[in-house]
Design a binder for this molecule. Structure first.
Ligand SMILES: NC(=O)c1ccc[n+]([C@@H]2O[C@H](COP(=O)([O-])OP(=O)(O)OC[C@H]3O[C@@H](n4cnc5c(N)ncnc54)[C@H](O)[C@@H]3O)[C@@H](O)[C@H]2O)c1
Length: 440
């Protein structure tokens, strides 16, 4: 039996040992899906706090209930360690490490590089490695292949199998999860994709094989660039509508009644999260290397990046219209997570909205039921959430809704606030033409 056939058999009868490098928002739900499908899964993460929390039987990822973790742990199907030497026992490894940007805006490949450094030590014949971290096109072939073959002498497609499969998880979402969201899979060779499809197909409902790792890398960048550009478009539409004196939210709702050829996106205070503001810049960085300027990405990025400033200026203008000065006023920001109902503040526009309001002299506080502390790295300040949201609303000169968490009692907030700037149209149903409220 060839190496490929042996590995496929192990993956199909679930005797293959699965390793997940990076047990964060992406790695943990993926590990759970594999474990629930019957594999023995080991998460490997250098963050000792995550390992300790897991070992106490507590889930540190909002989308993964603690009961599930405890059950899988007791069953011996899911474990976690900070010891990379465990990689030598693994038959199949998914890499789910962060891919942020450097301060210069260039891709920060240090986490992928360090994961590959570890894998290089333990890679062995009969192993499959799937890279899931979002990255620039060419990473799998240009970075992963030499790293795992140069020293080991192993042949891709014969001894080891290397693929890229983009992660599409949308944290907080319940209808589309890691289990039922189709998984695109691109191999360095056809055999690589076949082995990966046998593995992932045993746990995830739909696997969509494509002809190359590059096609899979690029598919992910298309998805996120599509979102980023359309959000940039509606953000600019909001700016244009304000000048025209037209309600942008009404315009969007009206356009969205068209049953075909239109997809609804909504404006907001800027882009946040680990993906949409960042991933397209991986593509534009790669294109710059090839002397091509990715103009749509640059333009949308410029518009989206400017939204926190636009919101801060609108708050200032709206207060001015009410005979109030922002400088010295108490402003409460409601919601700092980058999107509703989650506990993730990475790249959240709330941080810049707060920083800009502070620079204009406002006394800013914030409330978020899911985020107890925030830290603005560039500006060097930290803040803690106010505990009593309604008291803070009553005491504020202005409330700025940045994230429209469902748990808020918007009626009570509307009744108690003296002025609200609603950057998410959170009050659409209860505050039609209320002079207290100004919408983006
Ligand atoms: N969060 C999302 O919604 C989302 C969605 C789709 C794609 N992605 C992509 O998935 C990747 C992971 O994102 P995430 O949100 O899970 O990040 P995360 O920060 O939540 O988790 C990454 C984990 O990797 C660990 N880690 C760092 N270096 C490591 C190493 N050398 N070896 C093993 N583990 C290491 C970290 O300690 C952390 O626990 C990124 O490329 C991201 O762009 C994220």
């Amino acid at each position: 039996m060839s190496t490929k056939e042996t590995l496929i058999r192990k993956l199909q009868d679930k005797s293959a040992k699965i390793g997940i490098l990076g047990m964060g928002y992406v790695g943990m739900p993926l590990a759970v899906v594999f474990a629930e499908a019957g594999f023995h899964v080991l998460g490997i993460d250098p963050d000792q706090r995550k390992v300790d929390t897991f070992n106490k039987g507590v889930s540190y990822i909002q989308d993964v209930p603690t009961e599930k973790v405890v059950h899988l742990q007791k069953d011996g199907r899911l474990n976690i360690t900070a010891d990379f030497a465990a990689l030598k026992e693994m038959d199949a490894v998914s890499i789910c490490v962060p891919t942020p940007l450097r301060h210069t805006g260039d891709p920060d490949m240090s986490f992928i590089n360090s994961a590959l450094d570890q894998l290089e030590k333990y890679v062995h014949k009969g192993m499959i490695v799937v890279l899931e971290s979002t990255t620039y096109p060419g990473t799998t072939r240009e970075l992963m292949v030499p790293k795992l073959t140069d020293q080991s002498g192993l042949q891709v497609g014969e001894d080891i199998f290397l693929c890229f499969s983009p992660e599409r998880v949308d944290p907080g979402r319940e209808d589309w999860t890691t289990l039922n969201t189709p998984k695109v899979m691109g191999g360095i060779t056809q055999d690589c994709a076949e082995v990966a499809t046998a593995w992932y197909g045993g746990a995830i409902k739909t696997v969509v094989p494509v002809s190359s790792a590059e096609a899979a890398e690029m598919a992910k960048l298309l998805e996120n660039t599509f979102r980023m550009i359309n959000i940039g478009l509606v953000n600019e539409l909001a700016i244009m509508c304000e000048r025209l004196g037209v309600d942008v939210w009404e315009v969007i709702e009206a356009a969205a009644t068209k049953p075909f050829g239109f997809m609804k996106f909504t404006p907001g205070p800027g882009l946040g999260g680990h993906c949409i503001p960042i991933d397209p810049l991986y593509l534009s960085w790669k294109m710059k290397e090839m002397n091509y300027n990715a103009r749509f990405i640059e333009l949308a990025s410029e518009i989206n990046t400017n939204m926190p400033r636009y919101v801060a200026n609108r708050v200032l203008d709206a207060m001015n219209d009410r005979g109030k000065v922002l400088k010295g006023s108490k402003v409460l920001v409601l919601g700092v997570a980058y999107k509703p109902d989650i506990d993730d503040v990475r790249e959240s526009p709330a941080l810049d909205v707060i920083a800009l309001l502070k620079k204009k002299g406002a006394y800013v506080s914030y409330h978020d039921p899911y985020i107890s502390q925030i830290h603005h790295e560039k500006e060097g300040w930290r803040m803690e959430t106010v505990k009593d949201v309604m008291k803070a609303v009553e005491e504020s000169d202005a409330v700025v809704i940045v994230t429209n968490h469902k748990v808020y009692d918007y009626k009570a907030i509307l009744d108690s606030a003296s002025f609200i700037f609603d950057s998410r149209n959170a009050l659409s149903k209860i505050a039609k033409d209320d002079p207290k409220v100004v919408k983006l």
